[in-house]
Write a protein that binds this ligand. Structure first.
Ligand code: AHG
Ligand code: MN
Ligand code: MN
Length: 281
């Protein structure tokens, strides 16, 4: 299955030449879809349907779970076909995120059997875990992948990637950001969760898209973004939290669940959970 996504990574990379335009439609989150969001979604869904490798497919661009007839396995797959798609028309790095479950996709992130992402930057790279370490590959000229880093562990580092507007911060989050800034953390936020998390995985620090005033549940999708990336960062010795607890322990009740996200080294995740607890008593 990882091979299926690796092969299609090349097709999506080549597809960036097709169109950088808006599709004129919205997804279930009310976000404007890019033509490439819908195209990448179709490529992956149609390809997966043909292989009949899985039973359930849920993607960020689809309103419902797709069920495949006569599947070879009972696996469920969650997909963010293109992450950071608002950056396509300005040629910044975007990605594809995938998580694989033994059965239903409405399952806790900790039960995922594999998680991976493809990052389309100056190089196309693939990062995955099957619960046996986190490994990086780079795509060659013919779409083949070469191992570039094995058993990656998140290092100590002082990078922070904070989403949302400062004027909307809630108290614990404000205190957290202030503490990182006082400690000399350098700001690096691109608008692509995959690109920002890849940097955090290799350089350390923390990515956050918090809950904010009026949007206490944040922006990022539990199934398609938080869980697969969280599974990878946790496997590399880091952690992912909603500010209160481990996101991977949350049982989703619908495919469009959203969540505040803090992902990175255990040190920073411990800090936000401590501030949340202190400020809620
Ligand atoms: P997507 O392109 O799949 O909709 O995801 C965008 C997400 C995530 O990649 C990024 O961290 C965040 O939205 C950026 O949001 P803002 O534009 O609000 O900064
Ligand atoms: Mn996304
Ligand atoms: Mn997307």
């Amino acid at each position: 299955m990882i091979l299926f996504f690796a092969e299609n990574g090349q097709e999506i990379k080549n597809g960036f030449l097709k169109s950088q335009n808006k599709a004129g439609t919205s997804n279930i989150y009310g976000e404007e879809q890019m033509a490439l969001d819908k195209w990448a979604d179709e490529v992956l869904i149609n390809g997966l349907k043909k292989t009949r490798l899985v039973r359930y497919i849920a993607t960020e661009e689809q309103p419902n779970i797709i069920e495949i007839d006569n599947p070879r396995n009972q696996f469920g797959v969650v997909i963010d076909p293109l992450d950071g798609s608002s950056l396509i028309d300005v040629n910044l790095a975007v990605g594809t995120i995938i998580g694989i479950y033994p059965g239903t996709v409405l399952d806790k992130g900790e039960n995922m059997i594999a998680a991976m992402y493809i990052l389309y930057g100056p190089l196309t790279t693939l990062t995955f875990t099957t619960g046996n370490g986190v490994h990086d590959f780079v795509m060659g000229e013919k779409g083949e992948f070469y191992l570039t880093a094995e058993n990656i562990r998140i290092p100590d580092g002082k990078i922070y990637a904070p989403g949302a507007l400062r004027k909307d911060y809630l108290p614990a989050h404000s205190k957290f950001i202030e503490s990182l800034e006082n400690d000399g953390y350098k700001l690096r936020f691109s608008g692509s969760f995959v690109a920002d998390m890849h940097q955090i995985l290799h350089k350390g620090g923390v990515f956050t898209y918090p809950g904010i005033k009026g949007k206490e549940k944040g922006k990022l999708r539990l199934l398609f973004e938080a869980n697969p990336m969280g599974r990878i960062i946790a496997e590399a010795g880091g952690a992912i939290s909603n500010g209160k607890k481990d996101i991977l322990s949350i049982l989703p009740d619908a495919i469009d669940n959203i969540t505040p996200v803090y992902a990175g080294s255990k040190k920073e995740i411990g800090l936000i959970e401590r501030y949340t607890q202190e400020l809620s008593v």
